[in-house]
Design a protein around this ligand. Structure first.
Ligand SMILES: [Zn+2]
Length: 358
């Protein structure tokens, strides 16, 4: 059957049969744009948008509205724009096959896509029985007996009889460390401030502009090692206007613009990292990025915030601004200046983007 025929028949089934929603039913969006709302009503506030072909995991129903997860939060969508996906794009496989995890800290999700909620994590070398595959995602049986989905590019497959061969694949892939996973992606790194603009001034006279350049350097190296095309808005201590920074992003086919900053406060007690976004299209990535930053930086997680910063507001591409710690807090400042923090942060951001930018 063609994909279109499958979708059409599911579409009719959907209307002819009484619809019963069980936990974690997966549906596909069958509209160009589908608003995600705070409540089950078209008067309710919009918290995001889904596009044609996006998949959602439904766990609740109310008067023709389905409740799902969007960017880590609960939201509602009108059910008439969703079609069931039962086996339409998935393939049941030989249950003898096992999935090997080839990266550290791999996310396990409730459905086959990065828009699904994270339900656990797997470590390098873990092995799980394969249940089924769907697109670039594999469904595995977890130790708890439940199942979860993992991005297939973070795994390798092995059958019971050829484990030696698969182990070779695992070691090759881990020594390459995500090489090629960001191939074809253009990422603009924007080290905040510079030249006559020192940015925040921290304890002991540390300048924000110097720290942003240091972390940008580590992040650029890690992203390039993963195959990304990385551009910096500045690579030395010079003044670059906000207009010029945005112009660089808009001049390229940018997949992500990442502005790097450190924070300051008149109270030395305030500490931690935060991720800022403006456009709705960057919201989901903001949540993912804050997880990656807080997992690897080891500083307090201050969360995700929507802000109209110039470099975000005027950007035509996905754009985030990271506040990577307070240089007016003694603990944050000491941590920020360590190699562990800078390399760990670069690794965390790169792993997150490998998963998100597919
Ligand atoms: Zn700044």
């Amino acid at each position: 059957m063609t994909r279109r025929a499958i979708i059409l028949s599911l579409f009719f089934l959907f209307f002819l049969l009484p619809v019963s929603v069980s936990a974690n039913d997966v549906y596909e969006v069958d509209a160009d744009v589908l608003m995600v709302r705070e409540g089950p009503s078209s008067d309710s506030d919009i918290i995001g948008k889904l596009k044609h072909g996006d998949r959602v995991s439904v766990f609740n129903e109310s008067y023709g509205w389905y409740q799902t997860y969007f960017g880590g939060e609960k939201g509602w969508v009108a059910s008439q724009y969703l079609v069931g996906t039962t086996d339409s794009n998935s393939e049941n496989v030989d249950t003898n096959e096992e999935i090997n995890i080839t990266k550290e800290n791999v996310r396990i999700r409730s459905g086959p896509g990065t828009n699904y909620r994270m339900i656990g994590s797997a470590s390098l070398g873990d092995t799980y029985p394969l249940v089924e595959t769907s697109g670039n995602w594999v469904k595995v049986e977890l130790f708890s007996g439940n199942s979860g989905w993992i991005a297939s590019w973070l795994t390798s497959k092995q059958t019971g009889s050829s484990s030696a061969e698969s182990k070779d694949t695992v070691s090759n892939q881990s020594s390459d460390q995500a090489k090629g996973d960001l191939q074809g992606k253009t990422i603009i790194l924007d080290p905040g401030h510079g030249g006559i603009d020192p940015g925040a001034i921290g304890m002991g006279g540390v300048f924000e502009k110097d720290l942003t350049l240091q972390v940008a350097d580590d992040i650029a190296t890690a992203l390039r090692n993963a195959g990304a095309h990385v551009l910096l808005t500045r690579s030395d201590d010079r003044y670059v206007s906000l207009q010029q920074r945005v112009h660089i992003s808009n001049a390229y086919n940018t997949d992500l613009f990442l502005s790097l900053h450190f924070n300051a406060m008149n109270s030395s007690a305030i500490n931690g990292t935060s991720v800022h976004y403006y456009g709705e299209d960057s919201r989901q990535l903001a949540y993912q990025m804050q997880n990656d930053v807080s997992d690897h930086a080891g500083l307090t997680n201050r969360g995700v915030m929507q802000d109209g910063y110039y470099v975000l507001r005027n950007n035509q591409h996905q754009a985030l601004l990271l506040e990577l710690g307070f240089i007016t807090n003694p603990h944050d400042l000491l941590t920020i200046q360590t190699q562990d923090y800078q390399v760990g942060l670069a690794k965390g951001i790169t792993q997150g983007l490998v998963e998100y930018l597919q």
